[in-house]
Design a protein around this ligand. Structure first.
Ligand SMILES: NC(=O)C1=CN([C@@H]2O[C@H](COP(=O)(O)OP(=O)(O)OC[C@H]3O[C@@H](n4cnc5c(N)ncnc54)[C@H](O)[C@@H]3O)[C@@H](O)[C@H]2O)[C@@H](O)CC1
Ligand SMILES: [K+]
Length: 487
């Protein structure tokens, strides 16, 4: 599991740790880790394949982030790198870092003299601001960041790409685009949540001893091992009801395909059987003959351990009635797509069994009466608000998928690809997640495991793919996560 913390929490933990170690220890730990990571990178990608004779340019701001950067660049200079520091706030530069840098033979230049040096560099270190940054880059720093980007020089962000909002993942103004980010002590939300995460590049954590002083995480990201431990596994005594039956209420005369895609996802999610309810039974059976079908209504369809309702349902009275019936049941329910529009807000809030809502940004905006753009730029705040207002588990789809439930850290999905933004992809996700719910995972686990597998399926599929291929990739993905199972 990867954990991330907001600036406020990081500062508190650092404060406690600092009282227990000699002054300057943390900065030296950070600088040593940063220098080692840069050395690695220069060895692998630098034009000279090593530190000796390489050209390193450090962009240095006024705070401790600049201090880390100067100490690390001094270490590289001592190992033979030609080191230049661009001082963005010369009077406020970290004095100890600057002295160490000079002792190591580094030279300093003004921002005006920097662009040609940046263009010829093997590596640029972004030490403009770290967790103390407020707002986007100032124009001078933005110009230097742009020069590095345009010259395609490798950029390593120190702690985080300068200009992004560390605690929320929002980006207000210009920000550095890094090829790699070396962060200290713990991950920060900006490294995991778009739009800031897009600026982060490859991410590496340097342990500075903060772990014991950090509380429960504010944000977390499942990794393979976490997902493997959550995947449902049939045992000797299993039958279809013990493995879970998932009911899928989806599709309409107009959109039969949504039913097929949702059922396809559901069949691959580990439940023992899939019950389809709705007018697209012929299309579903033609593709997946193992499906148990009925025309409806859901309340007469037979026993299920979880419902999925909404994909391609359309807008009519029959759809609305189906959503109401499903919400009135006492099993976990996942509401997606048209279901989100048809559902009665109070009916969702008053449910006692778990409810999972899976909106994309547009649907989330409609549910919150907000603008879509606001949801996209402040995903964390909006997913939390949805979870609170609807008293539900909310999976907000998009460039980074988030799963929020009150009283728990928000989960951010680390898998996925922009190719998943294709018609029908969400239908597969809702079937898959509903199946995991029926198999007995908690709402939060089902949503985060569903998003994880779906994201990996998108990465495994040959691009460009159609959404029906995602379900077919799940066994392979399952196997990669849990090598004793799947494929
Ligand atoms: N606090 C600690 O215990 C440790 C801190 N470390 C480093 O220290 C950093 C935090 O240092 P600071 O608290 O000094 O803060 P920063 O170095 O992140 O930046 C604060 C300074 O930048 C200025 N600033 C803010 N926004 C700006 C903007 N948009 N453009 C230009 N200047 C801006 C502020 O006026 C302030 O002078 C961490 O990110 C990390 O790199 C590490 O050395 C590890 C230990
Ligand atoms: K930085």
């Amino acid at each position: 599991m990867r954990h991330a913390y907001t600036v406020e929490t990081v500062r508190k933990a650092e404060h406690t740790l600092m009282t227990r170690v000699p002054p300057g220890t943390l900065m030296q730990r950070a600088a040593a880790g940063l220098a080692a990571a840069c050395a690695d990178l220069l060895g692998r990608t630098g034009r000279r394949r090593g530190i000796y004779g390489s050209r390193v340019v450090a962009l240095v701001g006024s705070g401790d982030n600049g201090g880390d950067t100067l100490y690390a660049t001094a270490r590289l200079a001592r190992r033979g790198a030609g080191a230049t520091a661009v001082l963005l706030a010369p009077e406020k530069t970290h004095p100890g870092g600057l002295a160490a840098f000079r002792r190591a033979g580094g030279r300093t230049v003004t921002p005006a003299d920097a662009p040609p040096l940046i263009a010829r560099a093997d590596l640029v270190l972004d030490g403009i601001v770290g967790i103390g940054g407020k707002g986007g880059l100032r124009p001078e720093a933005a110009g230097l960041a742009r020069a590095a980007y345009e010259a395609r020089v490798a950029v390593v962000a120190v702690d985080l790409p300068s200009g992004v909002d560390a605690s929320t993942g929002e980006v207000h103004g210009d920000a550095v685009r890094a090829d790699a980010t070396i962060t200290f002590g713990t991950y920060k939300p900006c490294q995991l949540i778009d739009p800031a995460a897009e600026h982060t590049g490859a991410l590496r954590l340097i342990d500075i001893g903060l772990g014991p002083y950090l509380p429960d995480p504010e944000l977390e990201a499942l990794q393979h091992a976490d997902v493997a431990a959550l995947l449902p596994t049939p045992v000797g005594e299993s039958d279809k009801y013990r493995r879970g039956v998932v009911g899928v209420v989806a599709g309409s005369e107009r959109y039969p395909g949504a039913a097929v895609l949702a059922v396809g996802g559901a069949l691959r999610g580990g439940a023992g059987a899939v019950r389809y309810v709705g007018p697209a039974a012929d299309a579903v059976i033609a593709r997946y003959p193992e499906t148990l079908v009925s025309a409806g209504p859901p309340s007469k369809a037979g026993r299920v351990q979880a419902w999925v309702v909404g994909p391609g349902l359309g807008d009519d009275a029959r759809g609305r009635q189906a959503v109401a019936e499903v919400l009135a049941s006492d099993v976990p329910v996942l509401v997606d797509a048209d279901g989100l529009r048809l559902a009665d807000r109070r009916a969702i809030r008053e449910r006692t069994a778990p409810t999972v809502l899976t909106p994309h940004a547009g649907e989330a905006a409609a549910l919150l009466e907000a603008a879509r753009e606001d949801v996209e730029t402040a995903r964390l705040a909006h997913v939390r608000r949805l979870a609170e207002e609807f008293a539900a588990t909310v999976l907000l789809k998009g460039s980074t998928t988030l799963v929020a439930e009150q009283g728990h850290p928000v989960r951010v999905n680390p898998t996925g690809t922009a190719w998943l933004s294709t018609a029908g992809s969400g239908d597969v996700l809702s079937g898959l997640t509903g199946s995991l719910l029926a198999a007995g995972l908690t709402a939060r686990d089902a949503a985060s495991v569903g998003a994880y597998l779906h994201g990996l399926a998108g990465r495994y599929a040959d691009v460009p793919f159609g959404s029906h291929e995602l379900a077919e990739r799940i066994p392979e993905v399952w196997h990669s996560v849990h090598p004793e199972q799947g494929a």
